[in-house]
Design a protein around this ligand. Structure first.
Ligand code: ADP
Ligand code: MG
Length: 280
């Protein structure tokens, strides 16, 4: 009856768009007491809009700065990049593009070297960012190593984020948000959701370290969109990827939510528990 129950469970989940990629999933899921979520593209839709641009150099207009950023972001797959397509000026071309995963993008426009991305990556002196009142921005922009702008964006929570977090709470699960985004960007989303703990401004490595430390006393499921998530996925007891992320196939997730529904986490738990009862 053991293999039959497993096959039934897996088939049932497949039919719901929940793809099981590793053999241990059905055994591990019922043990999970902690769910850690990536923010962008996982708890949120990953559709950003620019809300504010702070200028630090009067020589450039807002429009010019947004067009410069758009020229570089045209080469990035990051969810933040799409927010700039509408500002694209096709007369501006960026060359020597380098995409730095989880950090930002650098490139050359004419004689100018452009760098954009995470504030703490570009402004290494955190006091300087605080003094300029831009430490909570999502993107810093530098021209020839001089800070010219800080950009703020908003994203919205996925429709089913609220209900899945409430359902997990009702089952006494502890929930974490682990994000590379700024603390302001995380708070904007966390304040709308029943999530227990929020950790912002983490690198891919720090996310992995956080999950490892939780795992010394808990069984942890990491839920992400698969973008830059490979290290944290490989460390987690169980990794679950939203099907919408661009790198999902390569991310090595144990479970892929092809249906893109967070509520699948409850279905997965339910089916895994039932399957285990039949086996043991
Ligand atoms: P998350 O953990 O929310 O999924 P990431 O680890 O993908 O976020 O990115 C962390 C941060 O790095 C972003 O909030 C942003 O500041 C910066 N970043 C990464 N890629 C880009 C990009 N293409 N353009 C601008 N900023 C970027
Ligand atoms: Mg992400």
């Amino acid at each position: 009856a053991t293999p039959t129950a497993l096959t039934c469970g897996t088939t049932r989940l497949n039919r719901d768009g929940i793809m099981i990629k590793s053999g241990h999933v059905m055994e591990t899921i019922p043990e999970v007491d902690t769910y850690a979520f990536d923010k962008t593209g996982t708890l949120t839709q990953g559709e950003f809009q620019v809300t504010q641009l702070k200028r630090f150099d009067e020589n450039y207009s807002k429009q010019q700065l947004l067009a410069l950023v758009a020229a570089l972001e045209a080469h990035s797959q990051h969810p933040l990049a799409k927010a700039f397509t509408q500002y694209r000026d096709f007369a501006i071309n960026a060359t020597e593009i380098k995409v730095h995963p989880g950090l930002g993008v650098t490139g050359q426009v004419g004689n100018d070297k452009i760098s954009l991305g995470k504030v703490s990556w570009l402004i290494t002196d955190s006091n300087e960012a605080k003094q300029l009142n831009c430490d909570d921005a999502q993107i810093a922009v530098m021209i020839n190593d001089k800070l010219v702008a800080a950009i703020y964006l908003t994203d919205s929570a996925r429709e089913d984020a609220q209900s899945v977090l409430s359902a997990l709470k009702a089952k006494a699960m502890t929930t974490y948000m682990l994000s590379g985004d700024s603390s302001a960007g995380c708070q904007q989303i966390a304040s709308q959701l029943p999530i227990d703990h929020v950790h912002s401004s983490l690198s891919a490595h720090e996310k992995m370290e956080k999950v490892k430390s939780l795992q010394s006393s808990h069984t942890v499921a990491m839920v992400g969109d698969g973008v830059n998530d490979t290290p944290v996925f490989s460390a987690a007891h169980v990794s679950i990827a939203m099907g919408s992320g661009t790198d999902v196939a390569k991310s090595g997730a144990d479970v892929i939510l092809l249906n893109n529904r967070l509520t699948s986490l409850s279905v997965l738990r339910h089916v895994a528990q039932k399957t285990r009862r039949i086996i043991w």
